[in-house]
Design a protein around this ligand. Structure first.
Ligand code: SDX
Length: 426
């Protein structure tokens, strides 16, 4: 990948470093020997300009709003495949053929029920427990129940990771549905092998012993699209957490639990819940779009226009475009006229013509409209980030596996510049 060089001049001395180039012509300065050569490190708050790895999983072009999983445009995958096939593509690098798809479905069904002892954990959480707290605790607990499957070593046969991946993808869905049933005091509904992934999830969430849930194909299609759009996003905060924790040779379940915790943040996956709370407050208090935008621009509060802005996309998030369309379709199918959608559209319109947002290339991101769809399906806002985690899980697994199998695998341990007190004595 090496094509040309970068030259540093430090204290009059010249140092050259190779410029490496990826398959999409992105370039990086490989500074692996910088500190030993020069005694200097780089400092890059928030890693705005720092690459942590090379990866063959997902490609983002922030300037042109491009997102591809293993080379396939996400829009095409969302239109032509189901979520479980995209999950297989991310983890294994190829779209499954019929026999691979059949085996994958068998594994997902086989590993869909959590250990009976884990079911009892739910009864010890308080009623108001946030489902993201339950999700991360349950996922790390999988390494207590399945220790043999969680230590993936490159020399270990592939099928071990396939089983651990299928177990996680299938059980996360069960744990998510159980945490919802627990929060509304209804009995758990178990997965059925006769139902596909998204149908099973909706059935576990919304059917009950007295009222069977009517599975609408348009809703399962919308859920498949949403999960596919969330499935991976290169080195975002939560994926970086999974890679960093995994770099200490922590097992897959514990590494993913770290990713769930990072995703919970309101600046990251937690934003989809914040968007709905922002829209609900606007509606309840009659706050105008202009007032919200002025508040988001002020430096006096930590408030941001949730669902807007992105570290990489400096144009419309391609996922937000698809989600906005799915939003209209779902509301039409369910014959719902959600006032929050109108408020969201007015807010988007006002923000996109505000100088502050234009100057900073702030556009709707994946979280701006997704909550409207979840709401229409009947999913409570506390569960929105859980849905994000369900979608992101195959990406986390794929990235963890790629890091583990990378020949340059090292524990991630950044350096620092110390600015504290100099040597002193007690
Ligand atoms: C996700 O990384 C990923 O790929 C994430 C994700 C994924 O799929 O994994 O895409 C999912 O997390 C989407 C983002 C969800 N978060 C939100 O919607 C929260 C609101 N957005 C912002 O907090 C912000 O845009 C971030 C966190 C998303 C990005 O932050 P950056 O890249 O650190 O940008 P920044 O905060 O440095 O912003 C640059 C400027 C600042 O103003 P100035 O210092 O130049 O004056 O833009 C302003 C910011 O104050 N700004 C916003 C804003 N987003 C950026 N001001 C108001 N509202 C916003 N939403």
């Amino acid at each position: 990948m090496e094509k040309s060089k970068a030259k540093f001049i430090i204290d009059g001395k010249e140092f050259e470093y190779p410029l490496i180039e990826g398959t999409e012509n992105e370039r990086a300065i490989d500074i692996s020997t910088l500190r030993s050569d020069t005694g200097c490190i780089t400092l890059d708050y928030g890693y705005m300009n720092t690459g942590a790895c090379t990866s063959a999983i997902t490609y983002l072009d922030g300037e042109n709003g491009v997102l591809r999983y293993r080379g396939y445009p996400v829009e095409e995958l969302a239109e032509k495949l189901e979520f479980v096939s995209v999950a297989y593509l991310l983890v294994n690098g190829k779209i499954p053929n019929n026999s691979e798809r059949k085996e994958w479905s068998r594994l997902l069904n086989k590993h869909s029920i959590i250990h009976e002892d884990m079911r009892h954990f739910f009864y010890r959480y308080p009623e108001h427990a946030h489902p993201m707290a339950i999700l991360s605790a349950m996922v790390v607990s999988l390494s207590a129940f399945y220790p043999e499957l969680s230590q993936h070593r490159p020399e270990e046969p592939e099928e071990q990771l396939d089983i651990a991946a299928a177990r996680l993808i299938s059980m996360l869905r069960t744990i998510a549905a159980f945490s919802y049933k627990k929060s509304i005091g209804e009995p758990f509904v178990y997965p059925q092998h006769s139902l596909k992934y998204c149908e099973n999830f909706l059935n576990m969430m919304f059917s009950s012993p007295v009222i069977p849930y009517e599975i609408k194909p348009e809703i399962t299609k919308a859920l498949n699209v949403l999960l596919i759009l969330h499935a991976d996003h290169e080195q975002n905060c939560s994926t970086s957490a999974v890679r960093l924790v995994g770099s200490a040779r922590v097992n897959l379940y514990a590494s993913v639990a770290a990713g769930i915790c990072a995703l919970w943040g309101p600046l990251h996956g937690g934003a989809n819940q914040m968007v709905i709370e922002m829209l609900e407050e606007m509606r309840a208090k009659g706050i105008s779009a202009k007032e919200v935008i002025e508040k988001a621009k002020s430096r006096d509060t930590a408030f941001r226009l949730y669902g807007f802005g992105h570290r990489v996309y400096k144009s419309y998030d391609p996922r937000a475009k698809v989600i906005k369309k799915v939003c209209d379709d779902v509301l039409k199918v369910l014959n719902i006229n959600d006032p929050l959608l109108e408020i969201a559209k007015k807010l988007e319109e006002a923000a996109l013509c505000d100088e502050f947002f234009i100057e900073r290339n702030l556009y709707p991101n994946v979280d701006f409209y997704s909550g409207i769809i979840y709401r229409a399906i009947g999913i409570p806002k506390e569960m929105f980030t859980v849905l994000f985690a369900l979608g992101r899980l195959p990406g986390w697994i794929a990235q963890w596996k790629e890091a583990r199998e990378d020949c340059s695998f090292k524990i991630q341990r950044p350096r620092q510049i110390y600015v504290g007190p100099q040597n002193r004595h007690v």
